[in-house]
Design a binder for this molecule. Structure first.
Ligand code: ADP
Ligand code: NA
Length: 332
């Protein structure tokens, strides 16, 4: 039986979105405050599976740390660190590269999406990425991983790797980690297209709310969000074929910490010209303090670097003995 321990990470690839906040960060804070040990990483080694400008990467790593803290993570309560500062991640990843099968990696839909048509020209790291992700999690024997829906397949692979390692060596060493994909914002969609997830890599800035957007920008993006002409129904059922409406309702529910049913009772019957200003006001109320706090924290990058250095020491103290034991099991 493994002690409950939470791990998750976000890529410092620039431009954190409302999707990252609601689907990941806000949930990280809930888990921190639930009393279990929580470990949250800036996964810079994942970011470089596609090209990153070095100066941007350095800035984005600090900005992500600022985003974590501004969202409510407390470096005393949670371990906050940068992946590349803890070499046990890549050491464990090599073991898992040798446990995972080529076919498993080639099936990953995110690889296919990110590699595009010319997969031969993708980095080898982009293919191996999910084995590194398994290492991120299992090098801490993490039992729970809060993530958005898009990470479900990678979490299944992490479980497959843990199970295969345990079977191959006849041990019960790695926990079979549970994904924690819960709440009303497990997949926040684009504001311009209800069939695409909100993402920092979308070419249209109007498609997403960035965690650094100011109040006017947030309000404008919500005002211009794509919708349909019907008023809101009073029951969730009525949103089934209306992905854009459903998305705005989900965002409202997640920001206000209400269930979707409750939101439908509150706003059912309203038109979008009534509902959008309500949503904009709520989004500004919840997101502006975070963006203000992020810019304040970014004025003292030395302090951020100190927090990350301290976090990586604490992370290594957990990861190092687990890696040593893994080597031992494998005969090294
Ligand atoms: P991105 O997908 O924005 O490039 P990451 O891959 O680093 O960012 O994802 C960080 C976390 O944010 C993951 O747990 C992911 O599932 C979550 N996430 C990203 N986009 C969304 C979204 N649109 N809705 C909900 N969660 C999301
Ligand atoms: Na993602």
């Amino acid at each position: 039986v493994h002690t409950p321990r939470v791990f998750s990470g976000i890529q410092p690839s620039g431009g954190l979105t409302l999707g990252n906040y609601l689907g990941a960060m806000k949930r990280f804070v809930d888990m921190q405050d639930s009393g279990v040990e929580t470990i949250y990483c800036m996964v810079d080694l994942h970011a470089i599976t596609v090209w990153q400008d070095p100066a941007n990467l350095r800035r984005a790593t600090r900005e992500l740390c600022a985003g974590y803290i501004a969202s409510g993570l407390d470096p005393e309560k949670s371990i906050l660190f940068n992946q590349s500062q803890v070499p046990e991640h890549t050491q464990m990843a090599w073991i898992f590269n040798c446990v995972a099968r080529m076919g498993w990696m080639q099936r990953m839909t995110q690889f296919k999406d990110k590699a595009g048509k010319n997969a031969q020209n993708a980095s080898l790291g982009l293919l191996a990425y999910p084995a590194l992700m398994a290492a991120d999690i299992l090098v801490y024997h993490a039992t729970q991983v809060p993530v958005g829906e898009d990470q479900k397949q990678h979490l299944e692979l992490t479980r497959d790797i843990a199970i295969k390692f345990n079977n191959d060596f006849g041990v019960d060493f790695f926990p079979v980690t549970e994904p924690v994909i819960e709440g009303t914002a497990t997949k926040v969609m684009s504001l311009r297209d209800g069939s695409k997830k909100m993402s920092k890599s979308d070419p249209s800035d109007m498609s997403r709310i960035n965690m650094t957007d100011d109040a006017d920008t947030i309000a404008k993006k919500i005002r211009k969000a794509k919708t349909d002409p019907e008023p809101l129904p009073s029951e969730v059922k009525g949103l089934e074929e209306r992905p854009e409406a459903r998305n705005l309702v989900n965002i409202y529910a997640a920001l206000s910490e209400k269930s979707v049913d409750q939101v439908m009772r509150d706003v059912g019957g309203r038109t979008f010209s009534e509902f959008k200003p309500m949503l904009a006001e709520l989004a500004v109320e919840k997101m502006s303090p975070i963006s203000d706090e992020m810019s304040r924290l970014m004025q003292d990058t030395a302090e951020i670097d100190r927090i990350l250095a301290n976090g990586s020491e604490r992370a290594r103290a957990i990861a190092s003995p687990i890696l040593q034991k893994t080597y031992d099991i494998a005969g090294m």
